[in-house]
Design a protein around this ligand. Structure first.
Ligand SMILES: C[S@@+](CC[C@H](N)C(=O)[O-])C[C@H]1O[C@@H](n2cnc3c(N)ncnc32)[C@H](O)[C@@H]1O
Length: 276
């Protein structure tokens, strides 16, 4: 995982097919994030890397007087988002690279992202663009993963991979762990012109499997999305079968109370645009 070209193509397509399970996996985080994002009124919100749109939908639904725009590079994720948001006149989804996207006259006073800001090849330039786009004193609130070692869903699965296959890029490289290092993110935001950056560490259960057979549910999810899926796609049949058995046993070990839930650890990062 995962650069812009992959999100535009194969990875975006897979996520578009899996948005229900993705929203479920993030549910405990989403509640916390929305509380932080919507703790003050806003007139215009931009959801950066909105994916299938859950955060945009929640903001638009709860704030009918505000305009909400979700921007993403994946056509297929946006198709899912548009279908879900069809009943909300104050919500739009637009195809675009958030590091360059503009819409004349739209200067959001709230910029949010649930895990959509870690894929920019030049994050300082991207956040500098976003601060120029933002209204004076706009609020920024986004989530991103902390270190792989604190994220059992990643470290546990990566430990099962044959060496060299499928591991996500290390912290600092565009990918899910690009923003794991708080000091790096502070530097990026300050260099881009954002002020008052603050970090809240949130740990939550990443629900990967539920329903009649939570282990098989989690297994099929991880064989569709993330490091295990990427690695499995590169394996020969025999090696793949052994790997699937290892993942199944790992998930079985995390079955508790009718769910397979793995530890996830993120930053909730907030900052403000200059007062103007
Ligand atoms: C981990 S997913 C999160 C999606 C969504 N925010 C959610 O929480 O379900 C990352 C998203 O960022 C999008 N993305 C990656 N690079 C982008 C860019 N340069 N501009 C806009 N969106 C981007 C991807 O297409 C993907 O939808």
């Amino acid at each position: 995982m995962t650069d812009k070209a992959e999100w535009e193509g194969r990875v975006g397509r897979t996520w578009a097919a899996e948005w229900q399970r993705t929203d479920r996996s993030f549910a405990a985080l989403t509640r916390r994030m929305l509380t932080a994002a919507a703790d003050a009124p806003f007139a215009g919100a931009l959801d950066i890397g909105c994916g299938a749109g859950e955060v945009s939908l929640a903001l638009a639904g709860a704030n009918p007087g505000a305009q909400v725009i979700g921007v993403d590079v994946s056509d297929e994720l946006l198709a899912a988002a548009r279908e879900r948001g069809a009943g909300l006149p104050n919500l739009a989804f637009e195809l675009g690279d958030a590091s360059r996207w503009t819409r004349g006259g739209f200067a959001p006073d709230l910029l949010v992202s649930r895990h959509g800001v870690m894929f920019f090849p030049d994050p300082v330039a991207a956040f500098a663009h976003l601060v120029r786009l933002a209204a004076a004193d706009a609020r920024l609130a986004f989530t991103c993963f902390r270190n792989p070692s604190e994220n059992a869903w990643a470290s546990g699965l990566t430990a099962l991979l044959p060496s060299g296959l499928g591991a996500p890029p290390p912290p600092g490289q565009p990918g899910p762990f690009a923003f794991a290092d708080k000091r790096r993110v502070e530097h990026i935001l300050a260099a881009a012109g954002w002020r008052d950056a603050a970090f809240e560490a949130i740990d939550f259960p990443y629900v990967a499997g539920a329903g009649d057979d939570p282990v098989e549910d989690a297994l099929s999810y991880f064989l569709a999305i993330g490091p295990a899926a990427r690695a499995a796609a590169q394996m020969e049949n025999g090696e793949r079968a052994q790997f699937v058995e290892r993942v199944r046993a790992f998930l079985q070990d995390h079955l508790d109370g009718g769910q397979v839930a793995l530890q996830a650890a993120v930053w909730l990062v907030t900052a403000r645009a200059p007062a103007g």
